[in-house]
Design a binder for this molecule. Structure first.
Ligand SMILES: [Zn+2]
Ligand SMILES: [Zn+2]
Length: 286
């Protein structure tokens, strides 16, 4: 694996005026693509870890992670927005607000050879033997994803060990999620499962939010209605809903469950299943 370190000085050269807005949007959209100027000689392939190091007045520190999304290329003149010369596209998947960067002193202790104090905007390779240490530091400093804790925090697992899970962005928007849950509550709209009821206080507020309309059917001017378009679903029901390209509705999931003999909130004993089967045979034989 290759990992590169990109330097970013908000006060000079590559400016990024909308950075704080991008940080907010990233939480909902999951990824932000941006061309980044690199050295002509850099042999960076798509799929490499790209670490963003804040330098300058705000204090030097690790502030973001992304994945390279192109080979180095020369952008057409009209596309040169802040980046000139040879650039590479970077899909940033985790960016911290300025002020929350991981200080260089801390980085130097565990990964002393990565060049934290010398890196320029155009980037440099992180020594392979230190890539793991950088990921570990990042994992310790970033909170787990509250919506889907099974997904590793971006940057904490090697790129070749990952596939990207495509929940749509409306299901990951913290604001829309709050409105949806304030209206619908935090029990699954299909099976009634409540994480708090089953797991106690640790489960409070945990539930997936599902977007009822498939993204492919949304028109260009679409605006999300968090109450009409989103419903809470437990992860089991959520994955079942997405087993079909046009998701199953909560009503269809309920029909599926009752068709299979499942009654919300209970697990049937073998005797009960046997009794149901017997009743079905009697009805069928009439
Ligand atoms: Zn459910
Ligand atoms: Zn969904």
């Amino acid at each position: 694996m290759v990992a590169v370190l990109l330097g970013w000085n908000p006060g000079a050269g590559t400016t990024w005026p909308e950075y704080s807005r991008v940080v907010d949007e990233l939480a909902a959209a999951g990824v932000h693509r941006r061309p980044w100027r690199i050295l002509n000689s850099a042999s960076v392939l798509p799929g490499a870890d790209a670490w963003l190091l804040l330098v300058g007045k705000a204090g030097r520190g690790l502030i973001g992670h992304g994945v390279t999304a192109s080979h180095p290329y020369r952008p057409a003149r009209e596309e040169q927005t802040g980046a000139s010369g040879t650039v590479i596209d970077v899909d940033f998947d985790a960016l911290l607000p300025v002020g929350d960067q991981i200080p260089v002193d801390f980085l130097l202790e565990r990964a002393p050879r990565a060049g934290w104090n010398t890196v320029k905007a155009a980037g440099r390779r992180i020594p392979e033997e230190e890539e793991r240490a950088v990921r570990a530091i990042w994992a310790e400093r970033l909170p787990a994803d509250g919506i889907d804790p099974i997904l590793p925090v971006p940057g904490t697992a090697p790129q070749d060990a990952l596939t990207r899970v495509g929940m749509n962005r409306y299901e990951r928007s913290p604001q829309a999620r709050r409105i949806c849950l304030a209206h619908h509550g935090t029990s699954c709209a299909a099976c009634g499962f409540s994480f708090e009821a089953v797991y106690g206080p640790e489960g409070e507020g945990f539930i997936h939010v599902h977007h009822l309309t498939p993204v492919s059917q949304l028109g260009p001017g679409y605006e999300l209605d968090p109450i009409g378009d989103l419903v809470p679903l437990c992860p089991n029901c959520h994955y079942m809903a997405h087993r079909r390209p046009v998701p199953y509705t909560p009503a269809e999931l309920r029909a599926m469950m009752s068709g299979a003999g499942h009654i919300a909130g209970s697990v049937l004993s073998p005797q009960e299943l046997e009794a149901q089967a017997a009743a079905q045979r009697i009805l069928d034989s009439r």
